[in-house]
Design a protein. Structure first.
Length: 321
């Protein structure tokens, strides 16, 4: 057999190299195709959805109060992580519209439900529960004077709210999460809730969607605060049409800005808490605190926008807070 010339060897090597390059390219394309398919499977029918990035499981007995609007601890979120919360519902058609949007984007949220609203729309509440959202409570009648209310009366409001929501859910337990109507906290009621193993949620991002503003303004306020804070618990309301109309754009803007949605659930026997450090729960540095006389915890000076929102509410009356 004649030996190959140097020129023939170079040609043969070049041919093998081209074949190897084509095989690598084909493998890469197949890998990318599988990756895209996997990502699309995260939210069937909507590959562009923001989806829920992870679930955070918390133990209310270890961290009884969260939200830097009022407290020195908040949820242990990484940079660009958000938790969506909705208060005061359920109320048709707005809650239904919000649930549709969350489902189509594979997003899980936390709902703080008013007892009498649960009685009015139990099917809507059960839908939220069955679709995997976390159901907390927000009293029975949404009183706006809980800070001054006798603790026994406040306890009855809280217990009645839990009972109404549990009944509307067909006996399924609510999450041990509670939010004060209008942030009207008191030491005595907080101590009662802590003794019951119920976590009090304030908020980090207070949008003021109860104001008579446009859906676009709801989105702009939310994004402006999140871009400054970098992360946080977002307070919205599922009883307002403006919030429902704002949600599609808000979810798109969150994804475009690189935010990720986190779903929060309480720890249980079959659901161990997410391991975190104490430092991860601490309010971000640079916040301004005022320690209340006679207490051992501080209250954060609300951001100017949140203060304006509160002043607006005081002047106009409650329209869902």
């Amino acid at each position: 057999m004649k030996s190959l010339s140097a020129k023939s060897l170079r040609a043969a090597n070049a041919s093998r190299a081209r074949q190897a390059t084509r095989r690598v390219a084909l493998f890469t394309l197949l890998l990318l195709s599988c990756t895209v398919t996997a990502l699309a499977a995260e939210c069937p029918g909507n590959p562009k959805a923001i989806s829920t990035s992870r679930t955070l499981v918390v133990d209310p007995r270890e961290h009884p109060r969260v939200g830097i609007f009022q407290y020195q601890e908040t949820l242990p979120l990484a940079d660009r992580e958000v938790v969506l919360t909705f208060d005061d519902g359920p109320m048709p058609p707005h809650t239904a519209h919000i649930l549709d949007l969350l489902a189509s984007n594979c997003v899980k949220a936390t709902f703080f439900v008013v007892g009498r609203m649960a009685k009015s729309s139990p099917d809507l509440l059960r839908r939220a529960y069955n679709e995997g959202h976390t159901i907390g409570t927000h009293t029975e009648n949404h009183p706006m004077n809980m800070a001054a209310m006798p603790v026994e009366k406040a306890e009855r409001e809280i217990e009645a709210g839990i009972a109404s929501v549990t009944s509307a859910l067909g006996g399924n337990a609510t999450a041990p999460f509670f939010r004060f109507p209008g942030f009207e906290r008191s030491d005595a009621v907080e101590q009662y809730l802590e003794a019951q193993g119920i976590m009090v949620w304030s908020a980090d991002i207070v949008v003021g969607d109860w104001e008579l503003i446009s859906p676009d303004r709801v989105v702009e306020r939310t994004m402006a605060q999140l871009n400054r804070a970098g992360r946080g618990i977002v307070l919205l309301h599922d009883i307002h049409g403006r919030t429902a109309r704002a949600l599609p754009k808000l979810l798109d803007r969150l994804k475009l800005a690189g935010f990720r949605v986190v779903h929060v659930e309480p720890a249980a026997a079959d659901r161990p808490k997410t391991e975190t450090s104490a430092a991860e729960w601490a309010a971000p540095p640079g916040k301004r605190w005022t320690f209340q006389p006679g207490t051992s915890r501080g209250v954060l000076h609300p951001p100017k926008q949140a203060q304006r929102n509160l002043f607006w509410w005081l002047g106009r009356g409650w329209q869902g807070f």
